[in-house]
Design a protein around this ligand. Structure first.
Ligand code: PLP
Length: 370
């Protein structure tokens, strides 16, 4: 490759440093550092407006938000989820003493396959936790229908889905709760951070109590809460980042289009989830390396790395292959053939707002030339 600097799967979005100084000055002047201060409140409102959702509660990170979302709805027993995600999805279940039940994914979207959910429901099932994988919307209508039929809650792990919309608005309106991550590697970051999106004020009150030790006022504690509060520093970062999100998404969209164009017709390479005219966030650029390609996925991965390009195999290994999950009956490979095959073919190529188009060209040409 021409570039001598390594190219990683992502580079965090960072606005000009001098623009952050006035925010810091305000924090220093006010001496309010946390506990739902003014920046925390402003960011919650700004995100509701930007995302088009009713209520949002900010968190210290997405994982604590997932753990708290399950507490909010008092989920127990078994939860149906996907093996094709980041481990935090199911770790949040184990932290609540809940048994994950893995269901296979759809071969096109790699999201939880609704056709497989019913067969996994038992008397212990209380909820479904799907993931909008790579920011591609789940089949929310089919999932809701099953949830309604069986009286189950739906909590979306929407860590990849910041800003994604369907025909009627934000994808975060679906289910009982949606959980966002604002980690450094995500489309919108507050260095570390996360949020729960909920449809009603009453639920928001419970979430706000749970993320603050269960405190209500000075002397009353109503629930065994946790400390999940986002600090004023992180909230200020969020307010500044939000000014640049439109620019960042536009840039990601261009890179996505360029990859698709350059990789079109490369035998054995299939680009996933073309958003077309839909409002997407281009958080990832996943391709499947199948048998028609001259070398296997791991060989391509290695050759790219040897040339300074560092894609990631999200999600390999599957969550269901990790030691704390693989003993579960639902973790067997025969139960998860689509996810198992996908984990061996997937490669997520570098994509981030500041990426040079010449680098996109280089990566695509390299892939086409093997
Ligand atoms: C990033 C991520 C999380 C965890 O978010 P953190 O903010 O890093 O705790 C959860 N689920 C998925 C699918 C993720 O990609």
């Amino acid at each position: 490759m021409n570039s001598n600097k390594p190219i990683y799967i992502t580079q965090p979005m960072l606005p000009p440093l001098e623009e952050f100084i006035p925010y810091l000055q305000q924090i220093w002047d006010r001496k309010i550092l946390t506990n739902c201060g003014p920046f925390h409140e402003q960011l919650e409102q700004a995100l509701c407006d930007y995302l088009g959702v009713k209520h949002i509660s900010l968190f210290t990170n997405g994982t604590i938000a997932l753990v708290t979302a399950l507490q909010t709805l008092r989920i127990v027993g078994e939860v149906i989820t996907t093996p094709y995600s980041f481990v935090a999805t199911t770790h949040s279940l184990l932290w609540n003493g809940i048994k994950p039940v893995f269901v296979d994914v759809d071969p096109n979207t790699l999201n939880l396959n609704p056709d497989r959910i019913e067969a996994a429901i038992t008397p212990q099932t209380t909820a479904i936790m799907p993931v909008h994988c790579y920011g591609h919307p789940c089949d929310v209508d089919a999932i809701q229908k099953i949830a309604d039929n069986y009286n189950l809650k739906v909590i979306y792990d929407a860590a990849h889905a910041f800003g994604v919309q369907d025909a009627n608005g934000s994808i975060l309106r679906h289910g009982d709760l949606s959980v966002l991550s604002f980690h450094a590697t995500k489309v919108f970051n507050t260095f570390e951070g996360g949020a729960i999106v909920c449809p009603d004020a009453k639920t928001k009150v419970r979430i706000d109590q749970l993320k603050n030790f269960g405190h209500v006022g000075e002397v009353t504690v109503v629930a065994p809460g946790i400390n999940g509060k986002m600090s004023e520093f992180n909230a200020a970062l969020g307010l500044l980042q939000l000014k640049y999100i439109g620019q960042a998404l536009a840039s990601r969209k261009k890179i996505d289009a360029a990859y698709r164009k350059r990789l079109q017709g490369v035998k054995g390479i299939r680009c996933l989830n073309d958003a077309g005219e839909k409002i997407a966030n281009y958080a990832y650029f996943p391709v499947m390396v199948d048998a028609g390609y001259p070398i296997c996925r791991d060989e391509l991965y290695q050759r790219l790395k040897d040339n300074g390009i560092h894609p990631r195999r999200y999600f390999y290994p599957l969550i269901s292959d990790f030691p704390m999950y693989r003993g579960l009956p639902s973790a067997h490979k025969e139960n998860l053939p689509v996810a198992t095959a996908a984990a061996l073919q997937i490669l997520c190529l570098p994509i981030y707002p500041d990426m040079d188009m010449s680098v996109v060209d280089e990566i695509a040409s390299f892939i086409a030339a093997q």
